[in-house]
Structures are given as C-alpha cells and as structure tokens.
Design a binder for this molecule. Structure first.
Ligand code: NAD
Length: 298
C-alpha cells in the first residue's frame, strides 16, 4: 500500500469524520463537495472534531495543528482528484446521486485512483459499472463517531481486484481502524446483518407484550455481560433509523407483526419527538438512563 493522497467526496456527517481521521494519521486529504458554501461549513467542523480527538484520544495541539495543514478543500472535481491514490465516497445514500457522481468521476480521475464507497445499505456491485474501473472499486464502511467506534468493514464486489482489496485493509489499519474484511458482498455488511435482526427481535418482544423494555434489556445484559441491552442500543442508533428500516421491510412483506411494530414506534416515539439519545428521550431518559443505575441489574 503506497497511498499518500486521499480525496473524500462528501463533507457531511461521515465524510468529514473520514477526512479528519485520515489527515490525523498523516495522509494528505482533499475534501470535495458540491460547492464552496458547503465546504465552508465543513471547515467549521474542524474545531468540534479536534476537541473530540483531544478528549477521547488525548490528541495533542501539535498533532491537531498538523492535521489541519494536511486538509485541503476543493469544489472542482478535476482539481479534487488530480493526485488521488484513493477516493472515498461519502455522498448521500441515494443510488441516483451515487451513480451520477461516479459517472462524472470516472471521466476525470487519474487511472491510478481507487474508488471506495462508504454506503451503508447499497452494494458495490450496483455502482461497479458506473465507476469505469470495477476492478479498482469496493466498499470501505465506517461507523459514526469513527475515531472511537473504529470499525472499517471492507467489502468487494465479485470484480474487485484482490490486491486492491488487501491494500484497503492495510490503509484502514494505517488510519487507526480495526479492519474487518468480508469475503463477499452482503447487504448490511457484518455489523448490520447482526444488529438489525437483534434490534428487530427486541421490538417484537415489546409490541407483542412478552416483556417490558427494562426486563428485555436486563435479560441481555445479565446473560451476556453486555454493557447495554437492545433498547439502549436503539436509543443510540436513533429511533428514526429503526423506524425507517422497519418501514421498508413492512411495506415489502406486509407482515402483520412488522406493521404492528411500525405503528408502535410511530405512535409512542416518532409522533412524540422521542427519538433517542439525540432528543434526550427514547426508550430511556437522558443523560441518566435507568440502565446505568447501580441496581438496574438486580
Ligand atoms: P450527509 O447527508 O451528512 O452528507 C452528504 C454530503 O454529500 C453533503 O455534504 C452533500 O453536500 C454532499 N453531496 C451531495 N451530492 C453530492 C455530489 N453529487 N457530489 C459530492 N458531494 C455531494 O450524509 P452522511 O450521513 O455523511 O452519509 C454519507 C454516506 O455515508 C452514505 O452513503 C451513508 O450511507 C454512509 N454512512 C453514514 C453513516 C451515518 O451514521 N451518518 C454511517 C456509515 C455510513
């Protein structure tokens, strides 16, 4: 792996975190977005992330100043990719937007540039042809709050070159990630293939009135030693995301249990603005949720 120059396309929630994390670990990073106003907004996030890196990773002022010097911002795609060894795409989760972006990119990126998508729910094979270089294209999937939740799931499509896949595993490690290679394409990667059914099972137990929120979480915590149960995890993920995932599945299958779960989440949470940790209330109330009380597991 001999990458030096990395371009991150999309400076939103995840794109900017990826750019910052990559620059922090010594790579030259160009942040690309649709216009200069959006990029100006991205620049304001520098201080917020720098404070988080100080708090959580004991990053020094010197390291953070160096990080800043390694970040450049460009709204001209030709300029943004002209030296890129790797482009990490974090544009919105819409097949139309991603395809449009790859078609434009394919025309202007140097031949050497590898493309990696951070898409959470779409598969690399959906875009491989639009990239014009399917063998140099794969998924590199990060989690929100990348500097502490440092998973990097690496997933190729059937046409991805094996050496390029291995290079991406090395790159992920070089930017402080725990590299998690997948052998084949899988919707939801590893993490969401485990998490989505797990959280869905907890909601089903609740809406069919098998047990209450705290008893379900307590069962999981005591039996497995996990620090949180499924409902505490749902509050972190955000109930809107859980609702949207259920909605897609319910509409597709018309499964009565899924429809019931959907109605339950809408009535008790979405309509009341109780969306989880971000709004101060979901299945628990924050900042002091009941599951953190010392007698919760008794
Ligand atoms: P976001 O909406 O916060 O940011 C998207 C950015 O892309 C915006 O800055 C927008 O201006 C820019 N953009 C829009 N059209 C563009 C184009 N044609 N070219 C370049 N930039 C364009 O989205 P996000 O939450 O950062 O998600 C981005 C990707 O990361 C998605 O594929 C998503 O599935 C994935 N992801 C998100 C999370 C998360 O927790 N938010 C976690 C893992 C992966």
């Amino acid at each position: 792996m001999s990458f030096k120059n990395i371009t991150v396309a999309g400076s939103g929630v995840l794109g900017y975190q990826i750019a910052f994390q990559t620059a922090f670990h010594g790579f030259n990073v160009t942040v690309y977005d649709i216009n200069d106003e959006v990029l100006d907004k991205a620049k304001t996030k520098f201080d917020v992330l720098a404070a988080a890196f100080k708090r959580d990773l004991a990053a020094t002022d010197g390291q953070l100043a160096d990080t800043k010097t390694r970040l450049a911002y460009k709204s001209d795609l030709v300029e943004a990719v002209k030296d890129a060894d790797l482009l990490i795409e974090a544009v919105p989760e819409s097949p139309e937007i991603k395809i449009g972006f790859y078609e434009k990119l394919a025309k202007v990126a140097p031949e050497k540039t590898i493309f990696a998508t951070n898409s959470s729910t779409l598969l690399p094979s959906q875009f491989a042809q639009s990239t014009g270089r399917p063998e140099k294209f794969l998924a590199l999937h990060f989690a929100n709050n990348i500097w502490i939740n440092n998973t990097a799931e690496i997933m190729g499509h059937p046409g991805t070159d094996k050496e390029i896949f291995d290079d991406l595993v090395e790159f992920a490690k070089a930017i402080g990630m725990i590299a998690l290679p997948l052998h084949k394409e899988q919707p939801g990667y590893i993490l969401n293939s485990l998490l989505v059914p797990f959280l869905g099972a907890a909601i089903n137990l609740l809406v069919t009135d098998v047990a209450d929120v705290q008893t379900i979480d307590k069962t999981w915590m005591v039996a497995t030693g996990a620090p949180v149960g499924p409902f505490a995890a749902l509050d972190v993920v955000g109930i809107t995301t859980a609702y949207n995932i259920n909605k897609l599945a319910a509409e597709k299958t018309q499964d009565p249990l899924r429809l019931k779960a959907l109605e339950y989440l809408k009535e008790h949470f979405i309509d009341k603005g109780k969306l989880g940790v971000s709004t101060g209330e979901g299945f628990y109330q924050y900042p002091n949720p009941a599951y953190k009380e010392k007698d919760f597991l008794k």
